[in-house]
Design a protein around this ligand. Structure first.
Ligand SMILES: C[S@@+](CC[C@H](N)C(=O)[O-])C[C@H]1O[C@@H](n2cnc3c(N)ncnc32)[C@H](O)[C@@H]1O
Length: 275
């Protein structure tokens, strides 16, 4: 079994398989976080950008200078192709985040959609935080999401079939509780293939929130806030997905953003009651 993930086969169907992922919603939440912490970044990097689904949303802002980095040349090939179609000026870089140390300095680094759950070793995670700290500007900010241990260990083992016009993808969830690893084995058949299939395995782990904060502090970040996903509430181990915001300088908050979110939520409740 090939232990590599995001090979050509899965990369070629990734966008179709992830068609229902709420990237727009995630993007809005990132913007809310930036507003909340009074940030107007100009130089931005998407860490483990994949096929660039979030990178391109940032690239729509003409005043921002956007980069994306990923270990998988196959995912980046798709990102490059989309970049040509969109006529965007995103610069994509192939690198393992564990060794990534660009000469450039960024205002914002972000990493979404479980990407850091792929880092199976705590020392490697610390190294990535250290690298990120080093390529952020002095007032730079680092935002990333992670699935919690509770979420990964709560996934039910089983299989499902994802079918597209030109492919069938058998997806098998396997839980290794002892090592806190969620494995996904994929078998992908293209066209009429019945015998030949393309196989790859994905592995995600997670860490206790306090250990992730400790790793960020070890890397040098002065302030770290952790939120339950899509809220400004303090994260808990019982959440499924949490967002970390780590800064080199001080985090200054803008409470107007929260007030606006609360107003939107109240209006939603009133509307649901009336309609
Ligand atoms: C679930 S995908 C998310 C991709 C993208 N962030 C998105 O939102 O669609 C995880 C990505 O992490 C990348 N990745 C995993 N380990 C990595 C590493 N050590 N360095 C760089 N990228 C990595 C994979 O190649 C893959 O593109």
């Amino acid at each position: 079994m090939n232990d590599k993930s995001y090979t050509n086969s899965f990369a070629s169907i990734y966008d179709e398989v992830m068609d229902n992922v709420p990237y727009d919603y995630w993007y809005k939440y990132l913007i809310d976080l930036l507003d909340y912490f009074n940030r107007e970044p100009e130089k931005v990097i998407d860490l483990a950008c994949g096929t660039g689904n979030m990178t391109f949303r940032f690239a729509e802002r003409q005043d921002w200078d956007i980069y994306g980095v990923d270990i998988s040349s196959e995912m980046l090939k798709i990102a490059q192709k989309k970049s040509g179609v969109k006529n965007s000026n995103v610069e994509f870089i192939q690198s393992d985040l564990r060794d990534f140390s660009p000469d450039l300095k960024f205002d914002l680094a972000f990493s979404l959609f479980d990407s850091l759950n792929y880092i199976l070793n705590y020392e490697d995670l610390k190294q990535i935080f250290k690298n990120t700290y080093n390529f952020l500007k002095d007032d730079g900010i680092f935002i990333f999401d992670m699935n919690t241990i509770k979420r990964l260990m709560g996934i039910e083992p089983g299989t499902m079939l994802l079918k597209g016009d030109d492919y069938s993808c058998f997806w098998e969830d396997i839980i290794d509780k002892e090592n806190k690893i969620w494995k996904v084995k994929l078998k992908i058949y293209f066209g009429d293939e019945k015998v030949n299939f393309h196989e790859e395995v994905h592995k995600e782990t997670s860490y206790y929130i306090k250990d992730i904060i400790a790793a960020l502090k070890w890397a040098g970040f002065t302030e770290v806030e952790v939120f339950s996903a899509y809220t400004f509430n303090l994260a808990k181990e019982s959440d499924n997905r949490v967002y970390f915001v780590a800064s080199k300088g001080l985090l200054k908050k803008n409470n107007i953003v929260i007030n606006n979110m609360v107003k939107k939520f109240k209006w939603f409740i009133i509307k649901s009651f009336i309609l």
